[in-house]
Design a protein. Sequence first.
Length: 183
Amino acid sequence: MAQGPGVSTSSNLGGMAADDVRDEVDRIVSAWRRERPDLDVRPLEVLSRVTRLARHLDLARRTAFERHRLETWEFDVLSALRRAGEPYRLSPGALLTQTLVTSGTMTNRIDRLAEHGLVERLPSPDDRRGVLVQLTEAGRARVDEAFADLLAVEHGLLADLGDDDRDELAGLLRRLVGPFDAS
């Protein structure tokens, strides 16, 4: 069984030893260990924190995007187009792959973004029946501003971690998420 209620001593957050840091997950894990000592509850130490962090991150992101009059899904589509590089256009199929939504959902999203002047549909030069979705100047300006704001927020969320801790955490999360992305 793991030592203590789920805190490792291998990290140092803002000068505070990790053993001194307690959170709601520590209380939950401790209660489960008391109530169900027959079960290994160590997965909660990691995955419950990931879940709680995801909730906080989602709220921080939504707040950052709202400042730029964007919803999270709008940012996802606009940022996929922006990352494509000049001329900032992709097929609807490529957008589906990057945003993990259905084709009907993507059509609706493209329609709404086009209505707001953030993207435009262009005929595909390779397929007379196909279209490409291109970021407009207004869309590029909006996504660039929202992205800069998002990064400022996310830097703040990670402020208590040093560079080595960030690198280690990124590597561990990459190992955990990698198999999901590969499938």
